[in-house]
Design a binder for this molecule. Structure first.
Ligand code: NIG
Ligand code: FE
Length: 388
């Protein structure tokens, strides 16, 4: 296997507080060695071992590849008009999802896969080296099955979002739709997914329906994660905590009891500020969550309705500017936090033994991700030790 030595790293984010400064484990004038797909050595440049290939980064920052733990990429059509209408004052409602369901059902498998490929490339270009992908725009057994199968061509982190909204043919019959999900959809799709998700919110599914979906998923070996508390306060956060979900995502509207429940749990709160940006809604209060001891992840939530962005750097900038996070906390949330939300210990850090997934910035420090918003700072991306 080829070893690669990276020297001339201005600021290295290891993500390992045991190795460097602060929770990000920052080292200056550092070097890193990749041995094939893994990190083999991390330390001061002066002490670096020899390697087959050496590359001087000329003072650039190196950090772990971003871990996107929340995306909806299997879809067709866009909702630019709906976005424009919102910017003209119309509020967002979960029902817009049905527009995408109709377009997705009508699209061929190859067309859907082409869209996923394009969006995964976009994610990669802006530094995400792991991307979780959800189904959720089929909402029939066969359309959800093909959605998870297509997602599985691009990632190991496949989520069955079987209950996104009751589809039009089940309008007013959400309980019957949940029956279909539990009895047929989950058994058919579970072999192709790792996670089960449900949209537990106003206009989508209530606590009882959401619990039924998550429990049926768990009975088929899927691990729960929840869309909750995006559109208003409600039962999503507490249900996620009660069922031991890996994460509850959005977490925009929370009560003190929700914050306490999260703080005492192993459930990660995944904040998705692209959604508030694109729906012109109030942002989640990351400061309150972090100060209470909640583990926070940050995702871009790429989807055609509420957050049509694949840029974690953009979300880091939003998190710092509008969610009350420090730059260190935001970068942590988009790397280590994302890995925690996916229950992975091999990604999100550059500690020895981790995957050699890393981002080289066109900047001397990771601080520039928030300091220079909207600027394409990602110069190079390593995936499994290979320049992507
Ligand atoms: O994460 N909240 C539910 N799902 C998506 C939005 C889906 C849509 O509007 O198409 C989200 O924001
Ligand atoms: Fe989502």
């Amino acid at each position: 296997m080829t070893t690669t030595l990276l020297t001339g790293i201005g600021t290295l984010v290891t993500g390992d507080p045991g190795v460097g400064e602060g929770p990000l484990g920052v080292l200056r004038s550092a070097a890193v060695v990749f041995d094939g797909p893994r990190v083999a050595w991390v330390g001061a440049a002066a002490a670096a071992p020899a390697a087959d290939v050496a590359r001087d980064l000329g003072g650039a920052a190196l950090l772990p590849g971003f871990v996107e733990s929340h995306s909806h990429l299997v879809f067709d059509g866009d909702r630019a008009e709906e976005f424009a209408a919102r910017m003209a004052g119309r509020p967002y409602a979960a029902g817009g999802i049905r527009t995408t369901i109709a377009a997705t059902r009508a699209a061929s498998d190859e067309r859907l896969a082409g869209t996923v490929a394009k969006l995964v490339r976009e994610y990669r270009r802006s530094g995400a080296t792991t991307v979780e992908i959800k189904s959720g725009y089929g909402q029939t057994v066969s359309d959800e099955l093909r959605s998870v199968q297509i997602a599985g061509r691009f990632t190991d982190e496949v989520t069955l979002l079987a209950a996104h909204v009751p589809p039009p043919e089940y309008a007013g019959r959400a309980d019957e739709y949940v029956e279909l999900v539990c009895r047929e959809m989950i058994p058919a799709c579970a072999p192709h997914a790792k996670w089960i998700d449900v949209f537990c919110d106003r206009g989508a599914f209530d606590a009882e329906q959401s619990r039924a979906v998550l429990e049926a998923g768990a009975a088929h070996g899927l691990i729960p994660r929840v869309h909750g508390n995006q559109l208003g306060t409600g039962p999503g956060v507490r249900l996620a905590v009660e069922l031991g979900a890996a994460s509850v995502d959005h977490v925009t509207h929370v009560t003190d009891a929700d914050v306490d429940a999260l703080a005492g749990s192993g459930t990660v709160a995944t904040l998705l500020p692209g959604a508030e940006f694109s729906t012109r809604s109030s942002y989640p209060d990351a400061r309150k969550l972090i100060d209470a001891g909640v583990t926070v992840a940050l995702g871009a939530d790429c989807n055609p309705g509420t957050s049509y962005t694949t840029s974690l750097p953009f979300c880091i900038a939003l998190a710092v500017r509008d969610l009350g996070m420090t730059p260190d906390e935001a970068v942590w949330a988009a790397t280590v936090g994302g890995a925690r939300a996916l229950r992975r210990t091999d990604i999100g850090t550059l500690r020895v033994g981790a995957r050699a997934d890393a981002v080289v910035l066109d900047a001397p420090s990771y601080l520039h991700l928030a300091y220079r918003p909207g600027v394409p700072l990602v110069r190079d991306v390593y995936v499994g030790g290979v320049l992507a």
